[in-house]
Write a protein that binds this ligand. Structure first.
Ligand code: PLP
Length: 445
């Protein structure tokens, strides 16, 4: 009998060779922590629509979808054409250019809360700048973040829980953030007790794009209480922006944050980010007189801010998605997929397993320590359990078994749907999931 692991090794000899070479180039042989694999990561050579092909020519249905950036799928003709055309005009003009204006006006049309915009090179940079703006505007030092919410890898938000002491981050920086459970009542008590809070930053659909679900009503409650205390609300829509609705989770929940951060879909699959919000806050990026520049202006450079290639891709994608049709299709595909996966779990009577999601993103929890009804995620699961996704041993095997059967879920348990995903993809994925569970059962998992 061939095990899941042996099958993975047989199917991916070229990936294994490349991964071996990579060990002498990259720490752990990888370029992004999410790609870490105790076996070896997959090497992918090309992509089109909702599919990609690995270095051994295995075809996969892709749910990583550019870490959520490719709402139109891989290689959408409008994006490809726009980037190709811009390549010939110039990749870095060392000057302001009109395309950035078009890009900003599309962003502002969809996100009216972004009265002024500053482009950055990544989502990480966008949240860094948002925190600097919040502190400059309020004159207060502390930022509240929620357990498990991710806002990029920088020092300012490296602390993921109250006990976390991330290596290389000085204590003073750790202490400049307060990590709370994502609970409006806890936040209310904290805001009532302290007067040193500059801002609350959050992922508006919950930690890790909804892995730990968060209701629009909770978001609205937080908007109200932050406003009442003069504390800024920073809505990190790096993932949810343009996806949950054309105007992001803030449009769906009908809230107006003080600052918003964007990336991923914003730049159509190329590098790019943005921060925007109330003009009075963004004013801290403006030049003024000598005293203002010295005391209040935030200095912000960045070689690749609003770079022409990202602007071209960004304009192309936003023009395609602004009517909401692409997002609705992706949502429809996600809902079909979630329903199909849960049906498989019910038939197989897998207690403690469920597929769930929000805004064309799905997640799995597998073999949870809480034996809930198959396919029905209970409200009371702890956030840490949802973030982990259940039993790690099962999850690791499931990830390989799914890849063996031509399905690439992000970290083996999440995925982003796109305009390019079809009902045929969904049916094939559900069948492959069922078969992968069969493979796990054979191994006693
Ligand atoms: N904010 C959120 C919600 C994210 O999910 C991410 C990345 O996944 C970031 C910020 C950081 O963005 P980037 O990877 O472009 O630096």
């Amino acid at each position: 009998m061939t095990t899941i692991l042996q099958h993975y090794q047989q199917l991916h000899e070229r990936s294994a060779q490349l991964a071996e070479q990579a060990r002498s180039h990259f720490p752990s042989g990888i370029t992004h922590d999410a790609r870490y694999s105790p076996v070896f990561p997959l090497y992918v050579e090309r992509s089109a629509g909702s599919h990609k092909w690995d270095a051994d020519e295995n075809e996969l249905i892709d749910y990583v979808t550019g870490h959520g950036a490719l709402l139109l799928g891989h290689g959408h003709p409008a994006v490809v054409a726009a980037v190709q055309a811009q390549m010939t005009r110039g990749t870095h003009l060392g000057a302001e250019h009109a395309l950035a204006l078009r890009w900003a006006s599309l962003v502002q049309e969809l996100f009216p809360s972004m009265e002024r915009v500053r482009f950055t090179a990544s989502g990480t940079e966008a949240t860094m700048l948002a925190l600097r703006l919040a502190r400059a505007f309020t004159g207060r030092p502390i930022v509240i973040r929620f357990f498990g919410h991710y806002h990029g890898w920088h020092d300012l938000l490296a602390r993921d829980s109250a006990e976390d002491e991330p290596a290389g981050v000085p204590a003073a920086l750790r202490e400049s953030t307060l990590v709370l459970p994502a609970d409006p009542d806890v936040l209310a008590a904290t805001l009532a007790a302290r007067d040193d809070i500059a801002a609350v930053i959050l992922e508006p659909t919950g930690a890790s794009y909804g892995m730990v679900p968060f209701a629009d009503s909770q978001l609205r409650a937080i908007r109200e209480m932050t406003a009442a205390h003069g504390v800024l609300l920073i809505c990190d829509e790096v993932v949810t922006g343009f996806r949950v609705a054309p105007g992001g989770a803030q449009q769906r929940a009908d809230i107006r944050p003080d600052l918003t951060t964007l990336a991923k879909i914003l730049a159509g699959g190329l590098p790019g980010g943005a921060v925007g919000g109330r003009a009075t806050i963004m004013h801290h990026l403006d030049f003024g007189d000598g005293a203002w520049n010295k005391q209040h202006k935030i200095r912000h450079n960045g070689t690749f801010n609003a770079n022409p290639l990202s602007a071209a891709a960004g304009v192309a994608i936003l023009e395609q998605i602004r009517d909401g049709v692409a997002g609705e299709h992706a949502l429809d595909m996600a809902n079909q997929l979630i329903a199909g996966l849960n049906e498989v779990l019910r038939v197989r009577r897998l207690h403690g397993w469920a597929a769930y999601g929000d805004g064309s993103i799905f997640h799995l929890i597998v073999g949870s320590s809480v034996a809930f009804e198959p396919g029905i995620l209970p409200n009371m699961l702890p956030a840490a359990e949802l973030k982990q996704g259940g039993n790690q041993r099962i999850l690791a095997s499931l990830r390989l078994a799914l890849i063996n059967r031509g399905i690439d879920f992000m970290r083996g348990r999440s995925g982003f749907l796109s305009l390019a995903h079809t009902p045929v993809d969904i049916a094939a994925t559900i069948a492959a999931f069922d078969a992968a569970l069969g493979d796990l059962a054979v191994e006693g998992l």
